[in-house]
Design a protein around this ligand. Structure first.
Ligand SMILES: C[S@@+](CC[C@H](N)C(=O)[O-])C[C@H]1O[C@@H](n2cnc3c(N)ncnc32)[C@H](O)[C@@H]1O
Length: 248
């Protein structure tokens, strides 16, 4: 029956409906490729390149969440990874596929909301998210954690970049509750290191650090106002802490 809340999914759908519908927003966002948007450059994140250089991660199966025009997915493919890259924006994926074709790189780009993605369990060595997580509403965070945890092999790595709370890129400092009072993520949620450690408490933290600003001449992408973080899925199958230890 319309607008009746019977299941947990009905509740999540109702909360989604309080907030901006993302697909039309992101398609419109990518309609003009000449806009001066920092991450429109086809350069991989500096932290990602460093993870390979330092041997934290090695080529394997990669799931890229919210891949946009594909700059990091393509970098993984260049490193010899097998890459599945998901984004809900058709516009961004058209751009990503063009970039892949220009370089003759093979990436499996999938147009889907990450929460509707048919998950291959424990199939990935690396899950990577650059700039998607801070656009995920708090009520979907638990599903996000399940998605990352279930898709990673034991000992696999999860890495992300996300807004610093009150940082130069404007990571909003509102509480999770405030999101629903104002019906907005205020341009994207900002996080403190403490919040990231709480949210990803089920993972071993390898490193959390701010991203440095990279000069225009650099071959990698770097902007201040972002956290970079890399975690490892624990080898044991212990109870999941996030069920009782979520950030407030
Ligand atoms: C800030 S952009 C970053 C794009 C890309 N990762 C980069 O750094 O170049 C965030 C991306 O996440 C995607 N996105 C946001 N929410 C999503 C969701 N629930 N499912 C799939 N993609 C999503 C958007 O379409 C957008 O392309």
């Amino acid at each position: 029956m319309k607008e009746m809340i019977q299941t947990h999914d009905d509740l999540l759908d109702m909360l989604d409906d309080l907030l901006r519908e993302p697909t039309a927003f992101w398609n419109d966002f990518y309609a003009d490729r000449d806009k001066r948007i920092p991450f429109f450059v086809n350069k991989p994140d500096e932290n990602l390149v460093r993870y390979f250089e330092r041997g934290i991660i090695a080529p394997g199966h990669v799931l890229k969440l919210g891949c946009g025009p594909g700059r990091n997915a393509l970098y993984f493919a260049r490193q010899g990874c097998t890459v599945t890259a998901v984004d809900l924006s058709r516009q961004s994926l058209a751009w990503a596929r063009e970039r892949a074709q220009e370089e003759q790189l093979d990436v499996d780009f999938i147009e889907r909301n990450i929460f509707d993605f048919p998950l291959a369990k424990e199939a990935y060595d690396i899950v990577y998210d650059s700039g998607c997580f801070h656009h995920i509403a708090p009520h979907r965070r638990r599903d996000y954690l399940t998605l990352v945890t279930d898709s990673l092999k034991h000992g696999g790595h999860f890495a992300l970049t996300c807004f610093i709370e009150g940082g130069e890129l404007g990571g909003s400092d509102i509480s999770d509750w405030e999101v629903y009072r104002t019906r907005s993520l205020n341009g994207g949620l900002g996080f403190t290191e403490e919040k990231l450690r709480l949210i990803f408490a089920d993972f071993d933290v390898i490193e959390i650090r701010p991203m440095p600003m990279m000069p225009a001449s650099a071959t990698t992408f770097g902007r201040t106002g972002l956290w970079t973080a890399v975690f490892q899925k624990k080898h044991d199958n212990g109870p999941l802490l996030y069920k009782k230890n979520v950030a407030t």
